[in-house]
Design a protein around this ligand. Sequence first.
Ligand code: R1P
Length: 296
Amino acid sequence: MKDTLTDANFPRTADGRVYHLGIKSGEVANRIVTVGSISRAEGISKYFDASPKPFSLYSERGFLTITGRYRGVPVSIVCIGMGGPNVDFFVREVRECVEGDVLIIRLGSCGCLTDLPVGSLILPKASVAVTRNLDFDFENGDHFSTPYRLSKPISADSDLLMTLQRALESTRPLAASNPIVTNAVNASTDSFYSSQGRQTSFQDHNSGLIDHLKETIPNMTSLEMETYWIFHLAASWKGFARPSPAVNPPLATGPVIPSNDESNPDGAKFLGDTFVSRVEKEEIPRPLIRAAAVQM
Ligand code: R1P
């Protein structure tokens, strides 16, 4: 399969499929619910309209994309498994398959650092990353550095968050036993074990980590492994997709990159009054990736 891949910067098969999710343009919608488990993805997809029949693709790298319509609106459910590296494949490869804004809602489970009852829904307003400091001396202990690093917080998309909150409140009975919590900060970790403070047989130097998180970050409420990376990538996208010359015909208004990029010589054809320059001149709005999360 690698023999048929085009473009070392952004590998695709000859028929335009991104390398790890296995999808191509037209097979994923701009509105995406991402989950971690296959059964959750398949369960949600049962709410899709019966017609047209949903599209489903399970990639050889373990990503499942189900695209259908909910009350006539195209929606995709993408099962990405766990952790930041899988988020990176997901966000970058989906972004190359659609034009315009992309809306991503992560629907996932989390650990809770407060006394919220089971059944609560947390819609975090922001997320921080907690990552193992690989330069710390985990074998012998280390007085000169800290074993875990905390990033600055990054926010959910405020419009999407508010829309999500309203939708949930209108469809779900409000009760003290299952509140919807919005004034919460989430932490996404790079391990289910060490950087979530679990005590195992490894020398993780993490016994004070949870207390440190709660003391350092106001409203710290939940722990999971993906939300921060989704918010981070959404915020760092520059607004232009790479064209796939083999698949997308040159479009005067299509999303293209102007380029001195030798791997994409065809991009140069589209210089001029293109999508990019029109965005830069603020004639048309820059497309966005908007992201929010619902945690159970
Ligand atoms: C770990 O067991 C997994 O569960 C949580 C974590 O983020 C991690 O992915 O979420 P999901 O149940 O949504 O996968």
